[in-house]
Design a protein around this ligand. Structure first.
Ligand code: GRF
Length: 214
């Protein structure tokens, strides 16, 4: 059983997906701590409801990013967590922190990386006119939204679709691939070589899709 800490800033629907996955007896990880940089967010309620210890570390009270990240590191060490899942944690972590947790910290991003790093991914995907977007779970590098990719899910963009409906459809996939990625990592099946992940005994679907239909 691998102990995991989840870092959040908001509503925590991905956290909920991880909590639900961990409720399964077969799941190889359990959440030992949820940290939020924002007080009073829904994600904290979700954790409390599941009986998971929570901690609010409000970044506004710290002089520097390094000082703040050190506090997070301390809290994580105390909790005994061996893996971190960033789940809508809207803070950039400094390189020293990231390097301490290299290949042990996962993030979920609502685009098919390396496309559309950063914010407003759905608006930008629609604006760019791409036919597909999706979501990515990856190990965190010091670069923003960068690092070895563990899992991705693809979502076709409908014509005239707005960013809100697209976001909701991508979010549904996020809730599938984040627990999946955590399971693979916790089972020790994921190996990072350079910037690439290999997964032991993974099954791959060779889906050739064309959008719009030929
Ligand atoms: C998700 O879209 C995730 O991909 C991004 O932030 C959002 C968090 O949503 N990193 P939630 O708090 O998990 O509902």
């Amino acid at each position: 059983m691998v102990d995991v800490a989840v870092l959040i800033s908001g509503s925590g629907t991905n956290l909920q997906a991880l909590i639900d996955a961990c409720a399964d007896d077969d799941f190889p990880a359990r959440i030992v701590l949820v940290i939020s940089n924002n007080p009073g967010v829904k994600g904290l309620e979700r954790a409390e409801k599941a009986g998971i210890p929570t901690k609010v570390l409000n970044h506004r009270g710290f002089d520097s990013r390094e000082e703040y990240d050190d506090q997070i590191h301390e809290a994580l060490k105390e909790s005994g967590a061996k893996l971190i899942c960033l789940a809508g944690f809207m803070r950039i972590l400094d390189a020293r922190f990231v390097n301490r947790w290299r290949n042990r910290m996962l993030n979920i991003h609502p685009s098919l990386l390396p496309s559309f790093k950063g914010l407003h991914t759905h608006e930008r995907a629609i604006e760019a006119g791409v036919r597909y977007t999706g979501c990515t779970v990856h190990f965190v590098n010091p670069e923003l939204d960068d690092g070895p990719i563990i899992t991705q899910a693809v979502v076709a963009i409908n014509p005239d679709e707005g960013a809100d409906t697209l976001a909701a459809r991508v979010l549904e996939k996020e809730h599938i691939i984040y627990p999946q990625a955590l399971r693979l990592v916790a089972e020790g099946r994921v190996r990072v070589v350079g910037n690439k992940v290999t997964i032991r005994d993974a099954e791959y679907e060779n889906l050739a899709s064309v959008n719009p239909k030929p």
